[in-house]
Design a protein. Sequence first.
Length: 268
Amino acid sequence: MLTGIGVAGCGRMGAPMLAALRAAGFDAIGYDVRASGEFDGLGLEMVTKEVFSQNLRTLITVVRDIPQTEDVLFGAQNFSQAPHLETVIVSSTLSPRYVRDLRERLPEKITLIDAPMSGAAIAAKKARLSFMLGGDEDALDKHQPLFDAMGAHFHRMGPFGAGMQAKVLNNLLAASHTAMTRLVLDWADDAGLDEDKLLSLIHTSSGQNWFASGFEDIEFARDGCAEDNSIGILVKDVASALDAAPASADTTLPETVQGAIRALKPRK
C-alpha cells in the first residue's frame, strides 16, 4: 500500500477526499491554512506544515486556484522541497498551460499526475468522484488505488496535462448549464411555472443537464456569485478554459457565460 500520502487543501472537496482515503485504509494526513481546530469531529488527521512535509511521498493538491497552488508547491508551504517527495497529484482545476509548465519547474525525479475531478462535494462525500487523469501509464497504475478510494469513474486522457485540458472543457460546459438553467428558472418564475414541475420535466426531456437534474442536491445551486463560493469558482474555471483556448478561437460565447455566472444573485 502507498504510504506518505498528504492532501493539501482540505476544504469542501479536499476534506471528504482525505476522509475517503483514510476510510480505505490509507494512512493519509491533511494540511490546510485554516486552524486544525476547525476540522475537529471530522475524523481527519490535520497536521502542521512541518509534520506534513516530514514523511511526504505523494502530495495531492486540492487548493482553490493558481496562487494557492504556488503557495503549496513553491511559496509559503513549499512542499515541492519535502525531503522524500516522489509524486505530485494536481487535483485543483487550473489553467492547463500553467499545469504543463510545472514539469519544467519541479525536479525531474518528481512524478507529475494531473487528476482534476468532477461531481461537487456531494460526490466527494460519497467517494464517487469522476477523475480526469493525465500522466505516464505506469504512474497512473501505481496510484490508481488512491483514485479508487475517492472516486467511481476514471478517464485516462493522455500524458500529463491532458486531464486538466479535458477538465476545463468539461467545466466550461457545466458553467453554461449552470448559467442557462438559472436563467430558465428565473423566466419560469415570471411565467408562473412551478419550479419542481419544470425541473422534473427538464430531467426527462431534451433540456436535461447535470445542473438541472441535481438542482436539489447540489449545495451551491441557489447561491449567488461570490469570490469565496462554488459559483465564484465557476468564473475561475471558465477563465482557465479561455486561457487554453485555440489561438484563433472565437471566445464570445464562453465570455458571455462567464459574465452570466458572475451576475448570478441568490435564488430563494
